[in-house]
Design a protein around this ligand. Sequence first.
Ligand SMILES: Cc1cc2nc3c(=O)[nH]c(=O)nc-3n(C[C@H](O)[C@H](O)[C@H](O)COP(=O)(O)O)c2cc1C
Length: 315
Amino acid sequence: MVDLSVKIGDLTFQNPIQPASGAFSWEYNEVIDLNRLGALVAKTICREPRLGNPTPRMAETEAGIIQSIGLPGKGIDYFLENIVPEYARFEPPLVVSVSSESIDDFAALARELSVPDVDVIECNISCPTRNTTGGNFALQEEHTKEVMSAIREATDKPVWAKLSPNAGDIVSIAMAAEEAGADALVIANTFLSLKIRTDNFRPALGNKFGGMVSPALKPIVLRMVYQVAKEVKIPVIGVGGVTNAEDVVEYMLAGAHSVGIGYAGFRNPTALTTIIDDLEAWCDERGVEKVTDLIGAVKDDDMEMDPLVAASHGV
Ligand SMILES: Cc1cc2nc3c(=O)[nH]c(=O)nc-3n(C[C@H](O)[C@H](O)[C@H](O)COP(=O)(O)O)c2cc1C
């Protein structure tokens, strides 16, 4: 039977399947066995309690949803006291996700989250509805470097940087995060988007703009993972449009060490464990002994091309 375990930094994950932040909670344990997951990933937490954005916070589109939830939560003190213990009952490593609008506070939060039950600090530096100096640092190299360096200095825990698909050149941002000391890169957050109602001419979301999630975005995020994985030495976690085991295989072939799953878990809460079972079967049927053999194994040596040149060729 295939060995599904993967290493990211010094941590070993029993398989490469983990939930995506904000699209999951420990309460999923009522539906699936959380101990089967590669990791547990908590919703992004901020310092103060937040109500979140004005409603409506979600709207359907022809191919997926746009949402602007606005990081509601009860603040870091409540999180450490009440939510970390909920996750700590389970075996997989706990990844906590954190966000702030200021660099100093971001670093301070990372320090405060560095408690024994927390295994990884995922830095949500890419909240799509914030600006480049106020939480969406990952749109620019300099801001990425500044915030990730400050966080790196504040904690000895592994820090993962969650990047934005809305950056002009995600490869440069990824390299900035690596240089600043990130241990892994999570690619990516949601795509900034807009829906306008034709009955009243108003934006469909209370916050006007939202982040789009859709399986249709997978090829775009896959391209980003591929480009970044070629340029950095640290592991990449692919997040975007995974709905089945072959999507996981594709991300790994492109260079990802593991994948995060959000949308598919909304459609069907058992998707995460089904995908683990299917990935195992996929590997066994093909005689893949270690899932890590898939990482970066895309066969394209004979077709190297500068991706920017490729993009300028158009279709
Ligand atoms: C309702 C909802 C809430 C989300 N909240 C967060 C969040 O709190 N922090 C974060 O980093 N990403 C958040 N995301 C983005 C997801 O983690 C993920 O990057 C995105 O949904 C793409 O993955 P998917 O196609 O598998 O859904 C959220 C996504 C959705 C749909």
